[in-house]
Design a protein around this ligand. Sequence first.
Ligand code: SAH
Length: 395
Amino acid sequence: MPEQRPSKPTPKRRPSKSTPKRRPSKSTPKRRPSRPERKQRPSRPARKQRPSKPDLRGLSLDELKSFVLKLDEPAYRAGQIADWVFKRGVRSFDEMTNLSKGLRERLSEKAVLSCAKVVETHTSEADGTRKLLLEYAGRTRIEAVLLKDDERITGCVSTQVGCKFACSFCATGAMGFKRNLTAGEIVEQMISLRETAAPDRLGNLVFMGMGEPFDNYDNVMRAVRIANAEWGLGVGARRMTISTAGHVPGIRKLAEEGLQIHLAVSLNAPVQGLRATLMPIADRYSLTQLLGAIEHYSERTGRRATLEYVLLRDFNDSPEMADALAEIAGRLLCKVNIICYNETTDAVFAPPTDQTVESFLSQVRRRCPTVVRRVSRGSDIAAGCGQLCVPRDGT
Ligand code: SAH
């Protein structure tokens, strides 16, 4: 596998810089300059932390059962509550009309229910893609997308507010990281998507919105299990895809989950040097480690991973790169999805010409027949891959 970096082209709109923008690494944190005039506040006595109330939107049926038993209610109440919380997606305890008023009051004292408001909806004139700006209580804002094709509706779900991984071509990366979404918030997001899709059925879920799912592993897996459960949202695991920027421990953990969920890996460069330039996560988990993890995943699960490859003009679209990608794909049990770069505000990059895309594809296809070109949807409303961001989030 060639490991040398290809020579860098002149960026499209930033002639002064010859490499894509990289955000400062954690090893060089920005320090606030010391200000001698600043008075030190006297330290407060540590406050006793109140145990936080459980969010019913993030509990499994078994956990709901233990919860109702603690309230001296019969176990079957858990099924009734799950029905309101997941199937009907109510936004208040008062709507749970088959529960007594007393129980509804106790629920509202002892628990919370993640709720989101759809603040904005944008619909693509080109392909009907809909983008939702959701606001959770506490004013956290995220974006989620509904993609529609002839046969199915797919919800593209965010897992974090922002992202830590700073891929240089991605708008979410440019936003920085605010916080993880809770399992309840992720489930609530799916419910908002389902309501917006109605009367059509939300049949598929992809974790390809804002954030790195494996950096929020436990909450994402909890949400996946709730989405998958019969008592939950009832979406088949085979109809869900988790996409990772190359979080090796996450891939290895997923291999042990015994779930039929699909794994997609954003490869984006077939050589370590270029990959690390485009995706700082590659400094932490090398290409060799990543490919090892994908191989392990396929061996453990018998499942075919998808390699995603965003074509960036003059960066990763050369015939040498196509060969290197084909070589990798040929070694793995995988499919390859090629997509063109979607413009972000940080436009160092550009999409390749159609001709380059086609010749790249045919070159990869010679050794890897499972390569396809995926047409990005919703890019006219900034709902395409890598375009999601909330610049003025309230968190
Ligand atoms: N963090 C996860 C999921 C979010 S990104 C991951 O990296 O996979 C979802 C997909 O969008 C990834 O495949 C990513 O490579 C792609 N992507 C990011 N920025 C893009 C852009 N500007 N144009 C096209 N695809 C992009």
